[in-house]
Ligand binder design. Structure first.
Ligand SMILES: Cc1cc2nc3c(=O)[nH]c(=O)nc-3n(C[C@H](O)[C@H](O)[C@H](O)COP(=O)(O)OP(=O)(O)OC[C@H]3O[C@@H](n4cnc5c(N)ncnc54)[C@H](O)[C@@H]3O)c2cc1C
Length: 410
């Protein structure tokens, strides 16, 4: 019995049922909407996976769970997912940054494919059917599962694929079976910042920023995007993922330091300024920007260090240039909270990984209890990595469910 009709639950159920048609596979989904997150994912386009095919590189995209996913990625990785979907008539395309989407640009393509595959494999999908409680006994079938419909089911093996929702009964069941749940905190959020340097720049992005959190060993590179509420973009989301625990501990009040020119050091920027001064002495700073920054941002940085719009490279003081270099390479912003990134968000925390056998996704503490997807303490950065971990852990669990010996020993 599979608890949860999300990406991981469906993929595990389909894998088990396809690999061993003699097994009866039941999937219980609490809501009336199976695969709801697949449908809303990637802004409605579903970023299914990422064009990263080396397991060693792939695992570097997971702030939690990377080490444990190395073995599983050797067995089921993005290439396998692409081929699986292609076999079922779903083609993917790769965007410049490596993210992969269905060519239709519609998440329904993926959801419909999974629903059709589950139906073809005769998975018994029960919607509006939550699992309220599950307990293991000594007899057979081992598990007694109480459903929110009032019904009680018996099954030999239980797979928890109930996602990262704090209130999910999945965590309560895992806990009752002896598992530690690593504290649940959000990952992949944007930063709330109220700062005159960003006002009116909504939608502006720089392709290569470097961001770090003051007082923490957290530093990333990537594009940064100014939003109505502060800062977002891949660099900020990465910082929120790698720092999910530290930033929660700070109650999302901290200072983020941003270099708008990720590839250049402060010395290099100072040298750029010296060259600009030598070669363009009569030009105004406002119109001659040696850093290649968007003009509106450059104007804000000049204003932040009180360099007037008509100041020329020959008249600007060394102290003002020094301050400008600091704004370009280390703009400090006070973060006052977090906002939801509507494209993708996940939960950091979940079932402790040391208690799970990643060859089968079976619990090391409670036989015939399996896990897949976000219920585990695994999460990735944005880009399709979260779904990939759901597909991979779902596939491994499904393969193990199909292969595990019959309960009567045959
Ligand atoms: C808005 C948004 C966009 C996203 N976009 C992307 C993206 O483009 N690419 C990407 O890689 N990742 C994306 N993610 C992350 C991705 O959706 C998740 O990592 C992934 O869905 C996890 O799959 P899962 O099956 O483990 O959990 P879920 O998808 O959360 O599914 C769990 C299911 O279990 C059900 N359930 C819970 N408790 C019970 C119970 N007791 N009984 C029965 N059913 C239960 C829930 O109702 C739910 O349907 C996005 C997330 C969000 C929120």
């Amino acid at each position: 019995l599979v608890v949860g009709g999300g990406a991981a639950g469906f993929f595990a159920a389909i894998t088990a049922a396809e690999a061993n048609p003699s097994r009866k596979v039941i999937l219980c989904e609490a809501t009336a909407h199976p695969l709801a997150k697949v449908r809303v994912s990637g802004g409605g386009r579903c970023n299914v996976t990422h064009a990263c095919f080396d397991p060693k590189e792939l695992i570097t995209r997971y702030p939690r769970g990377g080490r444990e996913l190395l073995g599983p990625f050797h067995r089921w990785q993005p290439q396998d997912m692409i081929a699986w979907l292609a076999d079922r008539g779903v083609e993917l395309k790769t965007e410049e940054d490596g993210r992969m989407f269905p060519v239709t640009d519609r998440s329904a393509t993926i959801a419909d494919c999974l629903l059709a595959a589950a139906a073809a494999a005769k998975v018994d999908v029960r919607i509006s059917t939550g699992v309220a409680e599950a307990g293991a006994g000594a007899g057979r079938p081992r598990w007694t599962v109480r459903l929110t419909t009032g019904e009680t089911l018996r099954c030999d093996r239980l797979l928890l694929a109930s996602g990262g929702g704090r209130s999910s009964a999945g965590f309560a069941i895992a806990r009752a079976c002896g598992h530690v749940i690593e504290p649940l905190v959000p990952s992949l959020f944007t930063f709330q910042i109220d700062d005159s340097r960003l006002k009116g720049l909504e939608g502006l992005s720089v392709p290569d920023a470097a961001a770090r959190v003051e007082g923490e060993k957290l530093a990333v590179r990537g594009a940064a995007l100014v939003t109505h509420q502060g800062l977002s973009g891949p660099a900020i989301l990465k910082l929120s993922a790698w720092g999910a625990r530290e930033l929660a501990a700070r109650n999302y009040q901290f200072t983020v330091v941003l270099s708008w020119v990720g590839e250049r050091s402060a010395e290099q920027v100072r040298a750029d300024f010296a060259a600009a001064r030598a070669g363009n002495a009569r030009k105004q700073l406002a119109t001659w920007n040696p850093c290649g920054l968007p003009a509106r941002l450059w104007e804000r940085l000049l204003a932040a260090v009180a360099i007037g719009p008509h100041t020329t490279w020959s008249t600007v003081t060394n102290a003002a240039l020094e301050a400008l270099a600091a704004q370009v390479t280390a703009s400090a912003f006070t973060v006052t909270g977090k906002s939801t990134n509507k494209e993708e968000f996940v939960t950091c925390g979940g079932v402790r990984l040391a208690e799970v056998d990643f060859k089968t996704m079976e619990s090391k503490l409670c036989p015939e209890l399996y896990f897949a997807g976000e219920v585990l303490d695994i999460d990735g950065i944005t880009g399709g990595f979260n779904f990939q971990s759901a597909w991979t852990t779902g596939w491994i669990a499904g393969a193990a469910l199909a292969q595990s010996p019959e309960p009567n020993g045959t």
